[in-house]
Ligand binder design. Structure first.
Ligand SMILES: Nc1ncnc2c1ncn2[C@@H]1O[C@H](COP(=O)(O)OP(=O)(O)O)[C@@H](O)[C@H]1O
Ligand SMILES: [Mg+2]
Length: 429
């Protein structure tokens, strides 16, 4: 009987295999369904985020209506000296729209700041200009030596030279500043006989001459970044493009970077600098392009952008903080008393209420009617000092600093939650 197979035994084995296969198929199907659902959710999440960026702004027309740019952009003169022109530039990563129909021009000698939160699309735009990424659609025009605009992605010859600083520079740590710069200059085909002078000149301007023969591994972050900036201009480009040049630097090094940008500007260079910190670069920029979720939401001089915001707020700093139980009645009294001078047409992008108290700053922000602004400010100050003497003591009274209103809009747009006590007209009850 040895070797005799039990009747039905083989059949049971086949059965077992079939069940096993079915279970495996079910598990695979479950895994696939899980990943499909997850991907869809992620996509929906991104779309929601995108909608969130336009809270209150429904269309491009709405965006335009927030800002009423008062001129500048394209005079006839400027049209002839365009250095870079972005035309409906769009970039998809898979289905994700990272840069959405971006158009603007940069003119000779201008410093343009591309400002937006992380993930807004700044680096993607810069990488497309650097030809590290190819646009999904739209075009990039760059001036050539004859002064004509040429399509960057066609075989264009004799384009003006561009210099880039993209990301934190990663140098070979055992090379010296001199070796790195010489190597870069050779790569960029800078005339060999002029290289040494050029390196010395730039190291001197940017205070690194004493470090010329030191290895980069002994450099601080700020010095490495400065070396990166020198490397980006070693071949003396007309157009300098910097991506977040102040990233990771301490305040002193950041001042140095701004000084470098000003130095480039003095030499007549055209500069395009991306940053997520508006305050950091607005001082050195002629114009700002605000970007969020791949869309340019404003592009103009800071003055014009702020003029476009109808509302202007006074800062009124107090000696002592106001206690929460008094705050409501004081705001109410202030609103009643200052009624004739308050902004009747508040720009909701700046504030929903005409007077607000900012506890951290121990100050009132008063949005006033700017029709006859000097006179109005004088009247408001008189009332605050004379009639509110028993409520608080004013220690300073000032118009907002240049760029600070824009800063406010910017932080609203990027939904950066500021802890501010907002009290509706009439105060807390
Ligand atoms: N190579 C890539 N593949 C897929 N998505 C990318 C890639 N590069 C950037 N992104 C996405 O595109 C968006 C814009 O990124 P980026 O241009 O780096 O923004 P920023 O420089 O303003 O911080 C981000 O959501 C980012 O995750
Ligand atoms: Mg970036």
């Amino acid at each position: 009987m040895m070797g005799h197979v039990k009747p039905g035994g083989g059949f049971r084995g086949e059965n077992f295999l079939l069940i096993f296969l079915i279970i495996v198929i079910i598990i695979i199907v479950i895994i696939i369904v899980y990943f499909v659902i997850k991907k869809r959710k992620k996509k929906k999440g991104r779309e929601k985020l995108r909608e969130h960026a336009y809270k209150g702004i429904k269309s491009r027309e709405d965006i335009k209506s927030i800002y009423t740019p008062t001129g500048t952009s394209t005079s006839e003169n400027e049209e002839n000296d365009t250095m870079i022109k972005l035309e409906n530039l769009t970039k998809y990563f898979g289905k994700y729209l990272a840069v959405d129909n971006v158009s603007f021009e940069v003119h000779s000698g201008e410093v343009i700041g591309l400002v937006g939160p992380n993930g807004a699309g700044k680096t993607t735009i810069i990488k497309m200009i650097a030809k590290l990424l190819r646009p999904s659609s739209g075009r990039i025009w760059v001036r050539d030596n004859q002064g004509e605009l040429k399509d960057l992605n066609k075989k264009s010859r004799n384009l003006v030279k561009l210099g880039f600083l993209i990301d934190i520079p990663a140098f070979y740590k055992d090379m010296t500043a001199y070796q790195i710069l010489k190597y870069s200059a050779l790569l960029q085909r800078y005339p060999r006989e002029k290289i040494n002078d050029r390196i010395d000149e730039l190291l001197k301007i940017f205070d690194l001459i004493d470090w010329k023969h030191e290895k980069v591994k002994t450099f601080s972050k700020g010095m490495t970044q400065k070396l990166g900036m020198i490397q980006s201009i070693i071949h003396d480009p007309e157009i300098i493009i910097l991506d977040e040049p102040q990233t990771g630097l301490d305040p002193l090094a950041r001042i140095d970077i701004r000084r470098m940008i000003k130095e480039f500007q003095r030499n007549g260079k055209t500069i395009f600098v991306a940053s997520h910190m508006l305050a950091e670069i607005s001082e050195v920029c002629d114009k700002i392009a605000l970007i969020n979720f791949g869309v340019i939401i404003a592009f103009d001089t800071i003055d014009n952008l702020e003029r476009g915001l109808r509302t202007s707020g006074l800062n009124c700093k107090l000696l002592d903080p106001i206690s929460p139980d008094q705050l409501g009645s004081i705001i109410k009294k202030l609103t009643e008393r200052l009624e004739p001078y308050l902004d009747k047409d508040l720009d909701l992008f700046v504030s929903k209420i005409p007077i607000k108290y900012i506890p951290q700053e121990r100050s009132f922000k008063i949005f006033y009617d700017t029709t006859d602004s000097k006179q109005t400010r004088a009247e408001i100050l008189k009332i605050l000092v004379k009639e509110f003497e028993s409520d608080f003591t004013v220690v300073s009274f000032s118009k907002p600093k240049k760029g600070s209103q824009l800063e406010q809009i910017y932080s609203k747009l990027i939904a950066e939650d500021k802890v501010e006590i907002e009290l509706t007209k009439g105060g807390v009850n």
